[in-house]
Write a protein that binds this ligand. Structure first.
Ligand SMILES: [Zn+2]
Length: 420
């Protein structure tokens, strides 16, 4: 054990081992060895007593946040054009913005700012879209790896129904994807993920090739599913051979054949939900984006009751903020509106939303998002935002989630290393 680094954090430790309840260890020691959690102790065991303790007494220690759906290349587009719905928003704002990522200087500036903001907001793991451009997608991998974040990064594939300046040659798109897979598959923190933007911008040949690459490299997959009714209608016209949207991905081995994230999942049939459950496809709920693009409300309770795994995503730039606490709150608030409209749709609770943004989403990265033994030490230290007031640690956490800012996060750790 001597050659493995030991990290000891002391404070009020809070996490959600399950979605029902917060677990609170007051004034305790969180001990990690080689970046992996060993135990939580109320008193420091004898063998660690000569070691340095990172003393955060009176502060909170919580898991780092997991953002399962965000677009690094849309970071500079936050807040713009949000009076449009999805397809107009893509054509008028997103595609022109993503076109700028042929320029490495521009890409580098945006990706550095994106990584800085992820870290500031306490996100320690993220599933991120780049653009179709190979060279600047490589840049995004390099930036996130250098900053010490855990991530899945996708070079986007598009070879149909998009502007010429983004439309890829199918063979070249597959070749570029394979180059990235070969380069980054072995990395422990930043991994490649196969990323057809969505079915409408993909030919059948492209999806067939991507599915084969997913199997060959045992690579994860991410895309968008059933976000907007116009989009769903378009998929029906483009792929009349499939009865439902998700079956297009499924046909090409892009729906759970390897670990898969599907963003949005707002308008799904019971059959599609059943298929997500069966194939262990994770539905990523992006509440800001649901509202900003007037797409609808993801029926999160219905998916959870159907046994579908769910995570949370900021979906920047259709979402306007990388803050996962704000994403949690909006998920809760949307679920309350859904409940007002349909009484049987029970609202999300705070521990449920916290679970989705930590251990739930973290499961895509392995043992991530909890402080149980064997989990990666991804942790945030939260300042005592209620100093001077007589509040329990759990109340302080509630206050932070609803009213906290980046300035309230005193320290950040990803995979056992301090980042910032
Ligand atoms: Zn998206």
């Amino acid at each position: 054990m001597a050659e493995q680094s030991v990290l000891i954090l002391k404070g009020n430790i809070i996490f959600t081992p399950d979605a029902r309840n917060f677990k609170v260890y007051r004034d305790s020691y969180l001990i990690a060895v080689g970046g992996v959690i060993r135990e939580i102790c109320p008193a420091l065991p004898a063998q660690y007593q000569a070691l340095r303790i990172h003393d955060y007494t009176n502060q909170l220690i919580i898991p780092g946040f997991v953002d399962l759906h965000t677009h690094g290349a849309q970071f500079n587009q936050r807040g713009l054009g949000l009076d449009y719905k999805l397809l107009d928003w893509l054509n008028r704002y997103t595609f022109p913005e993503e076109g700028k990522f042929s320029d490495p200087d521009y890409a580098s500036r945006v990706y550095e700012a994106f990584a800085s903001e992820l870290i500031a907001q306490g996100t320690t793991r993220a599933a991120v879209y780049a653009t179709v451009h190979l060279s600047t997608s490589r840049l995004l991998f390099a930036v996130l790896a250098r900053r010490g974040l855990g991530a899945y990064v996708g070079k986007v594939n598009m070879d149909a129904n998009c502007p010429d300046f983004l439309k890829e040659d199918t063979a070249k798109s597959l070749q570029a994807t394979e180059e990235i897979l070969a380069e980054w598959t072995g990395n422990s923190l930043v991994k490649p993920i196969i990323t057809p933007r969505f079915a409408p911008t993909s030919t059948r040949v492209l999806m067939d090739g991507l599915g084969k690459l997913a199997i060959k490299y045992d690579a994860a997959v991410q895309s968008h599913l059933a976000e907007n009714t116009g989009e769903i209608e378009w998929v029906r016209e483009l792929f009349p051979e499939h009865r439902e949207y998700h079956q297009v991905y499924q046909h090409y081995h892009l729906f759970g054949r390897t670990p898969t994230l599907m963003a949005h999942c707002i308008h799904l049939s019971d059959n599609a939900m059943e298929s997500m459950k069966e194939n262990q496809v994770i539905a990523v709920h992006c509440p800001d984006s649901n509202m900003n693009l007037s797409s609808g409300i993801m029926p999160v309770r219905k998916l959870l009751n159907a046994g579908v795994k769910v995570g949370l995503g900021s979906d920047v730039g259709a979402g306007h903020s990388l803050s996962m606490p704000q994403t949690m709150i909006r998920a809760i608030q949307l679920s309350k509106i859904k409940h007002a409209l349909e009484a049987e749709h029970q609202p999300l609770t705070l521990p449920e939303a916290f679970y989705l943004a930590t251990k739930g989403g973290g499961s895509f990265f392995g043992r991530v998002g909890s402080f149980e033994p064997g989990y990666a030490l991804d942790a945030l230290v939260i300042n005592d935002t209620a100093a001077g007031w007589d509040m329990e640690p759990l109340e302080k956490l509630q206050r932070f989630i609803y009213t906290g800012t980046t300035a309230d996060i005193a320290a950040r750790y990803a995979a056992g290393r301090k980042i910032g």
